[in-house]
Design a protein around this ligand. Structure first.
Ligand SMILES: [Zn+2]
Length: 77
């Protein structure tokens, strides 16, 4: 198995991308990204992937759907 040198920090990176980390973990992730070329590349890839998925998902929505979703969200709460 050779997925890369940094399988151990995979989870940290995912949490960092999802903004689910504590402050301590964030600084851990950031200092790791600072020193680790492999994770830095992975991080950039994941960020652009997520951005791409988000924009295409929004673009594909029929007009008015975003407003409707916003309405539903405020009504349901
Ligand atoms: Zn790494």
């Amino acid at each position: 198995m050779s997925k890369g040198p940094c399988e151990a920090c995979e989870e940290l990176l995912q949490g960092y991308l999802d903004r689910e980390l504590t402050d301590d973990e964030v600084s851990l992730a950031e200092s790791h990204l600072d020193g680790c070329e492999y994770c830095r590349r992975r991080y950039r890839f994941e960020v652009s992937l997520r951005r791409y998925v988000q924009t295409t998902a929004v673009e594909r929505m029929p007009p008015g759907l975003m407003e409707k979703l916003a309405e539903l969200r405020s009504a349901g709460a």
